[in-house]
Design a protein around this ligand. Structure first.
Ligand code: BGC
Length: 230
């Protein structure tokens, strides 16, 4: 029987899952539940078990909103500090009884969106600000642009994350996003910049050339690449 992959996207506000076939095409609907608050490891693991219960799959791919090295989560700015040093790969392998691989959520989103040519930069606009960099399809893992200084003594995430959108409003947020795109273009000289995440629908200006919006589902579609790359 063909191998099926359960793709899981852990976000600050929602946890999403979908089963993919061997080519990475969706088999069935995307399911989503609200992220437990506070998002400690145990309730998040329980919620993933709930979402996985009625699904048939052979292996698991997880996008996590922080730095991930060898399945261990090293940062978690929008979850809780209990994630720092947590072996998420091992925990889910045991709980779901299937081999599990974990990478950064923006890296996973990028894997589901890129063309594999030239310098491709990905940013995600959700609870946090995610980023991923690829050169001819090869990932530079854990690019943490979100916590890098952007302007006025604040980081990209402080100026463009969900809290900033809520606090300063859509108009200011769009102005800041336009500036961020210009800065990133000068810094990376990318061939393509992809913008993903739940807040892309709030963008109200015309995007410059070489900048593309990608659908939210790429966050899950990238799950198949975790088993090709390694
Ligand atoms: C984290 C990144 C993550 C991004 C989007 C940031 O706060 O540091 O690792 O990709 O949020 O979830």
């Amino acid at each position: 029987m063909a191998i099926q992959t359960l793709a899981v996207d852990i976000g600050g506000s929602g946890i999403k899952v979908m089963v993919l076939d061997e080519e990475g095409m969706p088999l069935g609907e995307r399911d989503r539940l609200e992220t437990p608050q506070p998002a400690y490891p145990e309730p998040v693991l329980l919620l993933i078990e709930t979402l996985a219960k009625d699904k048939v799959f052979d292996r698991v791919s997880v996008g996590f909103p922080g730095v991930v090295r060898n399945g261990v989560t090293e940062t978690a700015a929008n979850l809780t500090p209990e994630w720092i040093g947590f072996d998420l790969g091992k925990a889910l392998t045991q709980r779901l009884n299937k081999p599990t691989r974990v990478i950064n959520d923006a890296d996973m989103q990028g894997l589901g969106a890129i063309a594999g040519q030239g310098v491709e930069l990905v940013i995600t606009l959700g609870t946090g600000f995610g980023s991923a960099l690829f050169v001819d399809g090869k990932l530079v893992p854990n690019l943490e642009m979100g916590h890098h200084p952007f302007r006025k003594g604040e980081t990209y995430e402080q100026q463009l994350g969900r809290a900033a959108l809520d606090a300063s409003g859509k108009k200011k947020w769009n102005e800041h996003l336009q500036k961020a795109i210009a800065t990133l273009e000068n810094l990376f000289n990318y061939d393509t910049l992809y913008i993903g995440g739940g807040n892309t629908n709030r963008i109200s200006f015309e995007l410059p050339p070489r900048v593309k919006i990608v659908p939210n589902v790429s966050g899950l579609l990238g799950g198949i690449a975790l088993w090709k790359e390694h």
